[in-house]
Design a binder for this molecule. Structure first.
Ligand code: NAD
Ligand code: WQD
Length: 340
């Protein structure tokens, strides 16, 4: 298939390009580089052995999207483009709603006009809100989100469901990612957050690198086995493989389907620290800090549907995730800003 990746220079998309190309697909990227750099695509090119064609454009720019669809014929689109920082979305809600919703609406209008009606969307476990029970299944009622970022994902899911319901030619796959971490085994691509990381694994790798002094563990009095928060961490290369399966599925089904992409295993913050220290032989100094607003005690997937319907399941271990996250960080202390 010829596949357009919106937000294709970002963390998850760059890893997905590698898996799509390994599976024989052709990719084109559109990204405005608001949270990434063309250098990431150069690194992907080193892994796959060929250049990644890309357009620098905003997905909400209908003239630019019209040009991209006029110059190419796509069989499917994977829509990664979006702003994703939970805390930032609380302070800049309008920017998040404008960017994430506009990009999706413009993309879908352009796709419909050009008769490209297969879409895989980057949704998030955040749409489950504060769960009543875990593991989370796709058919569970989503009571509402705790931040504007989450609401954009929730709203976009509803928009895409409506589009697929109104026109049976559409095939939409909503992928609810849990907590992607790790990096490609080569260490050439990985997560490259701006400034001080908000998420656990990039924070840990920066403590390990000596850029940050110590980790704050947000709460050790949750109702979990060791009191720290439990999440479903998934290796980004497993997540990438899930997109290949989702594209195959979209190629031969219509309607709208939702899939959790997680391992189904919950690990605590202390599990992550201990495993990282053990596999990388680096101590991670930490202090126990108050709970972070908006955090839940435990969040992990029931990944049965993806296994049964897509034939996909995560293969890599927490050890792999910790080793590969550190491999990327140690080879790239300044992210993509060097000349490698
Ligand atoms: P990322 O920021 O690395 O990638 C997103 C990319 O989209 C960036 O390259 C950015 O420049 C681009 N972009 C943003 N708005 C754009 C626009 N209007 N036009 C063109 N390009 C635009 O993030 P990621 O971690 O790779 O996440 C990819 C997708 O997966 C996002 O939609 C995110 O919300 C979703 N997601 C991420 C996580 C996670 O923990 N990383 C979890 C669940 C869902
Ligand atoms: C994981 C655990 C923290 C940092 C977020 C988004 C979610 C999705 C994935 C996009 C929690 C603890 C963290 C730190 C800590 N993204 N922690 N000290 O919050 O589960 O999910 O990313 O869709 O929407 O909310 O991930 O990595 O921030 O936190 O103790 O410095 O680590 O309390 O238990 P989270 P995270």
């Amino acid at each position: 298939m010829r596949i357009l990746l919106t937000g294709g220079a970002g963390y998850i998309a760059t890893h997905t390009i590698v898996e799509l190309c390994n599976a024989g697909h052709d990719v084109t990227v559109v990204d405005n580089f608001c949270n990434s750099q063309p250098a990431a695509l150069k690194r992907v090119a080193r892994i796959i052995g060929r250049e990644v064609p890309y357009y620098e454009a905003d997905v909400a720019d209908s003239a630019a999207m019209e040009r991209i669809f006029s110059e190419n014929t796509f069989d499917a689109v994977i829509h990664f483009a979006g702003l994703k920082a939970v805390g930032e979305s609380v302070h800049q809600p309008l920017r998040y709603y404008r960017n994430n919703l506009d990009a999706t609406l413009t993309l879908c209008e352009t796709m419909a006009k050009h008769g490209c009606k297969r879409l895989v969307f980057s949704s998030s476990a955040t749409v489950y809100g504060v769960p009543d029970e875990v593991p989370l299944r796709e058919d569970m009622f989503c009571k509402g989100c705790t931040n504007p970022y989450g609401w954009t994902k929730y709203m976009i899911e509803k928009i895409l469901m409506g589009i697929a319901e109104a026109d049976p030619d559409w095939s939409v796959v909503l992928l609810r990612y849990f907590n992607p971490i790790g990096a490609h085994e080569s260490g050439l691509i990985g997560e490259n957050p701006n400034g001080i990381p908000n998420n656990l694994m990039p924070y840990i790798t920066q403590v390990a690198a000596g850029h940050l002094e110590k980790l704050s563990v947000f709460g050790n009095d949750y109702e979990t086995p060791d009191g720290t928060g439990v999440r479903d961490y998934i290796h980004v290369m497993d997540l990438a493989a899930g997109h290949v399966a989702a594209c195959d599925y979209a190629g031969c089904h219509s309607g709208c389907e939702i899939f959790n992409l997680g391992t189904g295993i919950g690990y605590s913050v202390m599990d992550i620290i201990n495993t990282f220290e053990r596999v990388n032989h680096i101590p991670i100094p930490y202090v126990i800090a108050p709970r972070r607003d908006g955090d839940v005690a435990a969040c992990y997937a029931d990944p049965t549907k993806a296994k049964e319907v897509l034939g996909w399941q995560a293969k890599r271990s927490l050890e792999d995730m910790c080793r590969d996250a550190w491999h990327w960080q140690s080879l790239n202390p300044d992210g993509y800003s060097d000349k490698q």
